[in-house]
Design a protein around this ligand. Structure first.
Ligand code: PGA
Length: 251
């Protein structure tokens, strides 16, 4: 059976001190809880090693928000997958719409990142999702299918099985405008059928597909109740331990 997962995406927020404090708060809350899902936080590169030192890895997974598309070498300012892994982190968000939009990340680049993440035993949380115009002109299902095919369909079934996917409609990210539970279910079922068409039903059924975009404690229970929604990738609401735990406890 596929895993239920709630993952926080802190984005470019918190100083090191604030971040370590927030991670400790989440870790503390989890130490007293028995959540019905895996819990992960994805944090800025600069925070990874310090946060790894203060959390219980059996309760709280740790990830980066990105990694480089090259193994090592003369790429000033980049952080490689092996560097991320060396901090103790075991996950990495790849293909977030903010990376695609603001930093020009293409499917070709993302393919490299996914390969390097897997080669370093990092679990990619791979993001896909349409912009508002694509939602409104009715091409959203095809857009997401293409994102998956272009970046991921060169993987072997064994490697594909290691991925977590996150459907994040760009129009719902940070806007307060959440997809309805029916809109999320329609897309998640579509994503699962796209996976099944290439890798078969078993791989598709075992792939965790998270929803992201203005997910909050108030709307998480309805979204997570949908059969193909396996959890959430949480931006804004993951920056407060109480609201993040409110979403974790939606399961
Ligand atoms: P949000 O962000 O929850 O603030 O909408 C989600 C994301 O971008 O991962």
């Amino acid at each position: 059976m596929r895993k239920k997962i709630v993952a926080g995406n802190w984005k470019m927020n918190t100083t090191l001190e604030e971040g370590v404090g927030l991670a400790k708060d989440v870790n503390q809350a989890l130490s007293k809880a028995t959540p019905k899902c895996d819990v992960i936080i994805a944090v800025p590169f600069t925070h990874l090693a310090s946060i790894n030192a203060v959390i219980n890895p059996t309760k709280l997974g740790l990830g980066a928000e990105n990694c480089a598309d090259h193994k090592s070498g003369a790429y000033t300012g980049e952080v490689s997958a092996s560097m991320v892994a060396s901090t103790g982190a075991t996950y990495v968000i790849l293909g977030h719409s903010e990376r695609r939009q603001y930093y020009g990340e293409t499917s070709e680049i993302l393919k490299e990142k996914v390969n390097l993440a897997l080669a370093n035993n990092l679990t990619p949380i791979f993001c896909i999702g349409e912009v508002l115009e694509e939602r409104e002109n009715g091409t959203y299902l095809d857009v997401v299918k293409k994102q998956i095919e272009e970046a991921l369909f060169d993987l072997s079934a064994e490697d594909f099985s290691k991925l977590i996917l996150a459907y994040e409609p760009v129009w719902a990210i940070g806007t307060g405008k959440t997809a309805t539970d029916d809109q999320a279910q329609e897309m998640h079922a579509h994503i699962r059928s796209v996976i099944a068409s290439k890798y078969g039903k078993e791989v598709a059924d075992n792939t965790s597909i998270l929803y992201g975009g203005s997910c909050k404690p108030s709307n998480a229970p309805q979204l997570f109740a949908k059969p193909d929604v396996d959890g959430g990738l949480i931006g804004g609401a993951s920056l407060d331990a109480e609201s993040f735990m409110g979403i974790v406890n939606a399961f």
